[in-house]
Ligand binder design. Sequence first.
Ligand code: GTP
Ligand code: MG
Length: 690
Amino acid sequence: MHKSAGRIRNVALVGHRGSGKTSLHEALLFTAGAVNRLGQVTEGTTFSDADPDEKARQMSISAALASFEWQDRKVNLIDTPGEPSFVADALGSLRVCESAIFVVNAVMGVEVSTTRLWQRAAELDLARLLFVNMLDRERADFARTLDALKAAFGPHVVATEIPIGREHEVSGVIDLVDMKAYAYDGDGRDNCREIPIPAELADEAQAYRERLMDEVSENSDALMERYLEGDEISHQEIVDALKEGTNHGALFPVTCGVATRNLATNRLLDAIVEDLPSPVKHGGLEVAGMTLEPDEEADLYAYVFKTRADPFAGRINLFRVYQGVIEHDSHVLNTRAHAKERIGQLLTFNGRETVHADAFGPGDVGAVAKLKETRAGDWLAARDEPISMPAIPLPAPVMAFSIEPKTKGDEEKVFTALRRLQEEDPTIDLHRDEQTGEQIVAGLSQIHVEVVIARLRERFGAEVTLKPPRVPYRETIRAGAKAHGRHKKQSGGRGQFGDCRIEVEPLAPGEGFEFVNQIRGGAIPGGFIPAVERGVVEAMEHGAVAGYPVKDVRVRLVDGAYHSVDSSEMAFKVAGSLAMREALEQARPVLLEPVMQVTVTVPEDSVGDVIGDLNSRRGRPLGMEPAGGMTEVRAEVPMAEMLSYAPDLRAITGGQGEFSMEFLRYEELPPHLAGRVVEQAREEAAAVHG
Ligand SMILES: Nc1nc2c(ncn2[C@@H]2O[C@H](COP(=O)(O)OP(=O)(O)OP(=O)(O)O)[C@@H](O)[C@H]2O)c(=O)[nH]1
Ligand SMILES: [Mg+2]
């Protein structure tokens, strides 16, 4: 039978790229007996980085679920990618869990992604526990990391463990709840033994314990009173208060260890079952005016949070049951597609193998294969109710490449495969470039698009060539202008007549488009006005400078004329387009380019070179900060200058540097560069139109 909801823990491992989530996931599976050996990321032997591209890059790309038992609880543990390009999976996983474990690098401290994911977890009201990892590395510092966490996430971040020894001499942890010490020998499953608290750490441990007790007792008046009176307080009482505080973010326990050495991971498993809430404890989900409760008898509601496209196994959907039970061999309704789906194959990933399951009860997380219509974001339900989760705000895919099949005639195959990969990753954008007719694949970064291309090849046998990325330029206007558009044709029979006068003016950046109808006295009948607007919008698709889309313009329709017989919607649409084209030319049109926020992490001694290089890319340095022996340089740089940054950074830093970037805003292109873009657009247009 399925596990009752009170005995389930749904936990997402999240954190900055490379903080050790996958290594920790592996160590937890190993300690719980779900895998036979402790796999290593560096050897490509972990359970969760299973894809060839994850192994090759030594980074997680997709969320990976594993389910196992610990202390008679079922733990559904999701490893998520830290690389910002694959953030959709981390955000999707946070949505279906009660708890998140933030894995933090004890050398680097709080990093960019940590802060972002924390905000998201706070919005979702998740219980949050922190694991300070990599204590064995040079310059790792638990106390400094804890201070940084407090500074970033507030005073209720509190240690429940501290390490024994530092850097490569770290040998164990002291548990501040029970005031016991544990030493770890080797990385085996039974590597932990209790030892006396080392004398030189006794005072420090006591001080940390007092801070913990202060925090814990704030969550229970009864406990506070007895604590202040100096009464003995039991393990269970402390754990209960800790869990109470953690459940809705009144308190954030901090644990620590070394994932790759399997140090203190058994204690993290205990913390997962003891300190983190079950679906019952955390409470129901409010959605679409209903409250879904983890009740077995109630109607089924399950939410699909992740789709995996596999050319052989077909589609695999990961879901979370919020209410009712999903059973093998039953029928459910997909509430978006309004389609009946047969549940043919329920699956559990238990580490060693993928096994068939009979049912998943409320609160549980599982997988289903071979559904026809269903994909991430859908609900499976007993009845066809209108229900949807609020959309997750995802970053915009601005890194656009045009692709071409290596084999002529493979267009259809490539496109179908791309569509399936897009189901798996909502931050991929596919479209056809209107100017050149090319197939465009856009993602959040170069790595993102490269991964898509690698997956096309590995999973679907579709080979494509990637052309250099195109910068998505825009246009806008800098002045007001008036224009007149008249479309008149008289060639026997019924003619065509439309006439309008418009005025345009710039809007603030990001305001988009506004159309104001100021026609008085019926110079243009109301029925034709939407047609004028459609013509105006069409003209804005190709700006006057280089044919890029025009943004941030207000258009007023001020006057016009019509003919009682010859006027039509078509004629007014054409008149609107003519007027707008003329207006755009007169309104001092300019080219805009996307500017990226770039974060580069490099060794101290290459900071000067990196900043010099960013300057030569028209970058504006925003500042730098030490980050665990490295330096983090932040700058705003035009996207056009960053298209091939990865190899250049490697060369400057001898392979030691890392960077990430994301879209910030559009800015006007300097005139000498605008000229080049115009020239290029002209050449492309000539090539396409002959
Ligand atoms: N010394 C040491 N190395 C570690 C530890 N944990 C992880 N590593 C190493 O750090 C690197 C990154 O570890 P991963 O487990 O892949 O980190 P991740 O958070 O899953 O990375 P992404 O999935 O890319 O976000 C790998 O080379 C690991 O072997 C640790 O506790 N100590
Ligand atoms: Mg990983």
